[in-house]
Design a protein around this ligand. Structure first.
Ligand SMILES: NC(=O)c1ccc[n+]([C@@H]2O[C@H](COP(=O)([O-])OP(=O)(O)OC[C@H]3O[C@@H](n4cnc5c(N)ncnc54)[C@H](O)[C@@H]3O)[C@@H](O)[C@H]2O)c1
Ligand SMILES: [Zn+2]
Length: 349
């Protein structure tokens, strides 16, 4: 079992990572028994719900459940409202807890509700996807989508604790596990060459992988909880990734989009031997390197980026494996980088 401490300015908490965690016993260490509203999606709940509830009840917690249909299409204000109405019906109060049992969709929606219900209450994260474990469950960004924009409504709201049971990954479909691997490779490229090498050599357990990624996220969040500068490096691969997700109408997943984004930027900016290593590790983990969209159409999508200011888009460019820089570019420059990167991906592979 590994413990990573997150020292955000608004809340300090631990992320516990291990195989076969006892949720109830660990939660009791940070919060006295109370009423819990366990939020999950139908897929996760059918696989892991009963055992989770049992463990929480054994530790003295009183449980209620709210289960919604799996998938990004449920990350809406309408589902959040349904949850809040049920919370009132179940007489959940400010001193009770919300529990997010699931991937990033469950975590983002639950966190968003926790940030506003009764003007804010505590919640805990039990991530069940690799992506949620290494990324969305830590750092306090919560959100739901609007029909015309992803993650448009939300708040910064840190969890009370994150309990990550890596056993849960055993039921993940291969392509969903791979999406979390894309975010893990991202941490290696932006911050930690040694982590990249371990992933490359397939020489790291899930527990070590999550702990290494969470440690990096914790370091970055401690420096810049509210995403004003240093935290932007976590967006590596995401400007193009989001464009690919949008143009594919979300048939290409987030992690796959990020893989395509990282491939293009590494091919454009890294020395060829390092770019090759990145492309190989992505291919090895069954992640895509490119998508069949027009470069110009992809480039202009950056206009919708939340980190855009004026005509400039803030992008994250790799310098070497383990180091990146932030740069503000206009859309023409951005399109040139993407064109160069895509050409090089084709010639390298
Ligand atoms: N808050 C943040 O900082 C942050 C960061 C990155 C991504 N996100 C958000 O996270 C979401 C993507 O996360 P995700 O990929 O975890 O999505 P997800 O929650 O939709 O999970 C993906 C799929 O896996 C299934 N699943 C989850 N756990 C499972 C398990 N153990 N076994 C079998 N199936 C399981 C789910 O039912 C779902 O169908 C997006 O909405 C994205 O915007 C947020
Ligand atoms: Zn991401």
């Amino acid at each position: 079992m590994k413990k990573i401490h997150v020292a955000a300015s608004t809340k300090e908490y631990d992320v516990i990572i291990g195989e076969g965690l006892n949720y109830g016993a660990l939660l009791k260490e940070v919060h006295a028994p109370c009423k819990l509203m366990v939020v999950s999606d139908d897929t996760v709940f059918s696989l892991h719900g009963e055992k989770t509830l049992q463990s929480l009840q054994d530790a003295g917690f009183e449980t209620r459940t709210f289960v919604f249909e799996h998938g990004e299409k449920s990350k809406t204000l309408a589902v959040a409202e349904k949850l809040m109405i049920q919370m009132i019906e179940e007489e959940i109060t400010k001193t009770d807890l919300l529990v997010a049992l699931g991937g990033g969709v469950v975590g983002d929606l639950t966190g968003m509700v926790a940030s506003v219900f009764l003007r804010g209450m505590n919640f805990v994260q039990f991530p069940t996807t690799l992506l949620a474990a290494v990324d969305s469950s830590v750092g306090g960004k919560t959100a739901v989508d609007l029909p015309n924009g992803k993650n448009m409504v939300g708040a910064f709201h840190q969890p009370l604790t994150v309990l990550c049971d890596t056993d849960k990954f055993k039921t993940l479909p291969e392509e969903i596990y791979a999406e979390g691997m894309a975010e893990s490779i991202k941490y290696g490229i932006i911050y930690d060459a040694e982590l990249f090498e371990k992933i490359e050599k397939n020489a790291i357990s899930d527990e070590e992988l999550v702990a290494a990624c969470v440690q990096i996220k914790a370091d970055i969040v401690a420096k810049d909880e509210f995403d004003r500068g240093p935290r932007h490096i976590l967006n590596f691969g995401h400007t193009l990734g989001h464009a690919v997700e949008t143009l594919s109408e979300y048939t290409i997943g987030h992690g796959q989009g990020v893989a395509i984004g990282m491939a293009a930027l590494c091919a454009a900016k890294l020395p060829e031997n390092e770019a090759k290593r990145v492309l190989h590790v992505l291919t090895d983990r069954k992640l895509p390197l490119k998508a069949d969209f027009d470069i110009h159409d992809l480039a202009v999508q950056a206009k919708a980026d939340k980190k855009r200011h004026g005509n400039l888009v803030r992008v994250v460019l790799p310098i070497s494996i383990g180091e990146v820089e932030l740069k503000d570019v206009n859309l023409t420059e951005w399109e040139e980088i993407l064109k160069d990167g895509t050409d090089k991906v084709n010639s390298i592979m």
